[in-house]
Design a protein around this ligand. Sequence first.
Ligand SMILES: C[S@@+](CC[C@H](N)C(=O)[O-])C[C@H]1O[C@@H](n2cnc3c(N)ncnc32)[C@H](O)[C@@H]1O
Length: 349
Amino acid sequence: MNTRHTPPAPAGKPDVCQPTGSAELAMLDVYMPMMKSAAIVSAGQLGLFEALADGALDTQTLAETIQASPRGTRFLADFLVTIGYLEKHGEQFANTASTQRWFTRAGQVDYTPGLSWTLEAWPMMGDLAAAVRRGAPEKTLWQAMEERPQLGKTFSAYMDAFAGDLGPDLLAQVPVAPHHTRLLDLGGSHGMHSIRFCQRYPQLSALIVDLPSALTETDATIARHGLAERIHASPGELLVHDWHGQHDVVFYLSVAHNHSADENRLAIQQIFDALNPGGLLVIHEYLADTPNNAFMSAFRLTLLYETGTQTYRYGEYADWLASAGFANIRRIDLDPLEKGSLILAVKSA
Ligand SMILES: C[S@@+](CC[C@H](N)C(=O)[O-])C[C@H]1O[C@@H](n2cnc3c(N)ncnc32)[C@H](O)[C@@H]1O
């Protein structure tokens, strides 16, 4: 008999992190999450959610729109109904409110690039056992991106979508002062964080430093937002790159988990040295001291495979920051927890 006590999943969306099968059907725990991922990723690849963004469609019309067979389309759509991604309205299929919100251009944030990235990550995770055996990647994600530039482009597009989700939190929590005029965005990738802050604060200009693989679209994105005069992207390895003088605000957003503890200690010291008095460092991270849950553990396993690095505890950041000379160090946990935490620190005037 199944005696596990798990909290009820939110209505309409079964929680795939919770065991799905009874003890007698243990393989469902393995098979169903795989099929769930495969179906959602395929829907993204086929443009199925986007095809339904303007309203419900019957199988035939949906199949024609996504240029797929009616039979395949119906099987896929039927399954997406059972996992809460589509609804059936009579003979028509429609996006659920959540799918419309998160996986179409009509929604608040379109995570479709995250589906493309999942497709790239899929074969990597098939090789996870080898990384566990070694305790490190065979080659890092950054090396793989040098060999396959498309990988870097797909990853940056995913980070761009995530930045759309995190952007309002950052704008609400980061106190940019009128005398802050120079922003340094380390690992700034797609450029959207710099763009949002330059749009909000007209006195700001920004320098983005990232690996060449992450910057393939950045100049075009900056130009599209009409900010080519105020934001510049500079390709390079951040620990040895020329940061072009002193800055007032430094972003180190989701970058520390891609570095070793020693590299982070060094980066934070270099950031302190590159800040003007009264300057602000903003770190966004997933902290290792938040309760161990399925997401945080999965993220650490992903890092083991992709970069060989890990998440760190708040205490470690506080130690690196205090040793570098920072004051007013504070932590803000975002809601929901899966969005991570911000750490703000000031170089005293
Ligand atoms: C998880 S992404 C975060 C991107 C962006 N900061 C954001 O928050 O959306 C990490 C970024 O750090 C960059 N990165 C990793 N190691 C780096 C290094 N040694 N030098 C420069 N950039 C690096 C990656 O290329 C990638 O764009």
